[in-house]
Design a protein around this ligand. Structure first.
Ligand code: SF4
Ligand code: SF4
Length: 390
């Protein structure tokens, strides 16, 4: 779809409208995933937007030109006004998507969501086995997810299944595909862990080896040939194992507009971890101003912010210098070249992590590798980490 451009004000460059609005309705979630992308200090965020405030945000986003709306979290089903918000999204003409763990999606609610006009449901699994699914989420939810998958089919939704991949479940990728086929999924997103939030905290434990990644890729390719269009398989190699970064968010402030549970507007999922951005809040500023003129949304638009080697690189139009959050986490500077890039002077930081992963599990030859326990995403851990950081 072609998107119109809107002019900002005289002298400023034209800014395209956002394509999609991600409404992170709440950080509360019954699960405790070790790879959750929510901020470590999520438990400190309590002042959630009200129903009326979300309705205003959706209206402003639609007026700006956004066409897709994701309801996310945390677990969006924790909000009992979800059906009301979905109905408003339908009235406004959004294509709406519920991104859920499935916990809380009983027959009453799915019927109400269908009636309200929800277009699409994405259901996450942690693994194809009960043991690992329940271990990684630190809950007993595998059987419940199987029931929810059947409900989604019963209510005639296209089944979009998502499974975050890492060291523990990459060897199960064939079984995960079999499970998706058995449940009638039309799409399966095999999403390799992105190392932000809780996943970054647990990076040493979750990071796979190169062999695991390549083996899984092969398995996915074999299934693609065998099953054709019966289920579309999406598998993206974790960028630590590439030598060029991803074009993060298709560009900062280009298509994505996130709103956190407390109203903080986000140019990317993890922007609140970046220092000095002065992120605006939808409670204080209209969405159009946030999108077009706020310092935060303009901080990394275009190319002017780039440093060398990106500034003079002939590939900058393709990857846009990579991910700003990754640059900050690995190079200590959000405007640096993403260290995943082999041209980055900090690429060694990425190689160090891959080397560590290749040395686990500890054996006689690598007794120097120190094992750490997984830190699960719990309210108590969030509070402890907040205290540790301050
Ligand atoms: S990743 Fe897990 S803990 Fe985090 S919001 Fe999703 S289901 Fe909840
Ligand atoms: S130097 Fe920058 S623009 Fe060039 S390939 Fe690497 S990340 Fe991309």
């Amino acid at each position: 779809m072609m998107l119109p451009t809107v002019s900002v004000n005289s002298g400023a460059p034209a800014v395209s409208p956002p394509f999609w609005l991600l409404a992170e309705l709440t950080y509360q979630c019954p699960l405790h995933c070790a790879f959750c992308y929510n901020p470590l200090n999520y438990d400190a965020v309590r002042n959630e937007l009200t129903t009326g405030e979300w309705v205003r945000v959706m209206r402003e986003a639609r007026a700006l030109g956004a066409v897709q709306l994701g309801f996310s979290g945390g677990e969006p089903l924790m909000r009992d006004d979800l059906e009301e918000l979905v109905a408003e999204a339908r009235r406004l003409g959004f294509y709406s998507n519920l991104i859920t763990s499935g916990v809380g999606l009983n027959e009453t609610r799915i019927a109400a969501l269908k009636n309200a006009g929800l277009d699409h449901i994405q259901l996450s699994f942690q693994d194809s086995t009960r043991e690992l699914n329940d271990f990684l989420s630190s809950t007993k939810t595998f059987d419940l997810k199987l029931k929810v998958a059947k409900l989604i089919k019963q209510y005639d939704y296209p089944m979009v299944m998502n499974c975050v991949l890492h060291r523990y479940n990459l060897p199960h990728v064939g079984k995960i595909i079999e499970m998706a086929l058995a449940l009638g999924a039309e799409y399966l997103e095999l999403a390799n862990t992105q190392y932000y939030g809780w996943a970054m905290k647990n990076r040493n434990q979750l990071m796979p080896t190169l062999e695991q990644v390549r083996d899984a890729e092969r398995v996915v390719e074999e299934y693609r040939e065998r099953i054709g269009d019966a289920c579309k398989l999406l598998f993206v190699v974790p960028d630590y194992f590439e030598d060029r970064p991803k074009a993060c968010m298709n560009g900062w402030g280009a298509v994505f507009l996130g709103v956190a549970p407390d109203g903080v507007a986000l140019p990317c999922h993890n922007a609140r971890d970046l220092p000095g951005l002065n992120l605006p809040n939808v409670r204080d500023v209209g969405l159009a101003d946030i999108w077009r003129t706020s310092t935060a949304f303009n901080a990394y638009r275009g190319n002017d912010w780039m440093q060398e080697p990106c500034r003079s690189c002939d590939e900058k139009g393709r990857d846009l210098g990579g991910c700003r959050c990754q640059a900050f986490m690995l190079a200590g500077d959000a405007a640096a070249t993403d260290p995943v890039c082999s041209k980055s002077p900090k690429r060694g930081e990425v190689d160090k992590v891959i080397r560590f992963a290749s040395q686990r599990p500890t054996g006689l030859d690598n007794a120097h590798v120190i094992e750490q326990p997984i830190v699960f995403r719990t309210n108590a851990n969030s509070r402890t980490l907040l205290q540790t950081d301050t």
